[in-house]
Ligand binder design. Structure first.
Ligand SMILES: [Cu+2]
Length: 161
C-alpha cells in the first residue's frame, strides 16, 4: 500500500491523537477523491483518543459509497439505509438537510472490531464524514443517527469480502 501523502499525514496528527496507521487508507481515498472530484474538506474523525483500537488497516478499494442524511416532511433518514459494501470501501456520510450524527453503537454491534467513535453533530449541507469499511466480512453492522434514532434514522451495513 502506498504511503499517504505527507500533507494528509501531517493534518491527521493535528486532528487526532490516534494512530495515523488506522486512518491511512481513508486519507488516501479522501485525497484521491478530492484530487479528481474537488469535494469538500471531510469532517475530522471526531471522538475521544483511545477509542480507536490498534486496528489492522484494510487495503482501500477506492470505491466510495455516499449515504445521504436527510430530514424532510416525510422523515429523518439515511438514504440508502441498507448498504452493502466490500472491505476497503469508504462510506461517505453526507449531510443533505438537517443535523445528524453517525454512530456505530458498540452495544448493538457486539464483537465487531474497529467501530469508529460516535461522530460530532454534522449540519452543514454537503458536509461529509468518511468511514472506512474495516469490519469483518460476513457481518451486518448497525448504525444510527443519535438525535433521530427513535424516529427511525437507522441503517445497516452488510460487509462483503
Ligand atoms: Cu439524524
Amino acid at each position: 500500500m502506498p504511503a499517504a501523502p505527507k500533507y494528509d499525514s501531517a493534518r491527521m496528527r493535528e486532528t487526532t491523537m490516534t494512530s495515523t496507521t488506522t486512518w491511512r487508507p481513508l486519507l488516501l481515498v479522501v485525497f484521491l477523491a478530492a484530487a479528481c472530484g474537488g469535494s469538500k474538506e471531510p469532517a475530522a474523525p471526531g471522538g475521544a483518543p483511545g477509542a480507536a483500537a490498534a486496528a489492522p488497516s484494510v487495503a482501500a478499494t477506492g470505491k466510495v459509497i455516499t449515504i445521504m442524511m436527510i430530514t424532510d416532511e416525510k422523515s429523518s433518514r439515511f438514504e440508502p439505509n441498507q448498504v452493502e459494501a466490500h472491505r476497503g470501501d469508504v462510506l461517505r456520510f453526507t449531510i443533505g438537510v438537517g443535523v445528524h450524527s453517525v454512530h456505530f453503537l458498540a452495544d448493538s454491534n457486539p464483537g465487531i472490531p474497529n467501530l469508529p467513535p460516535v461522530s460530532d453533530l454534522l449540519q452543514l449541507p454537503g458536509q461529509t464524514l468518511d468511514i472506512p469499511v474495516n469490519f469483518p466480512a460476513g457481518k451486518t453492522i448497525y448504525f444510527q443517527c443519535d438525535p433521530h434514532a427513535a424516529l427511525g434514522m437507522r441503517g445497516h451495513l452488510k460487509v462483503d469480502d
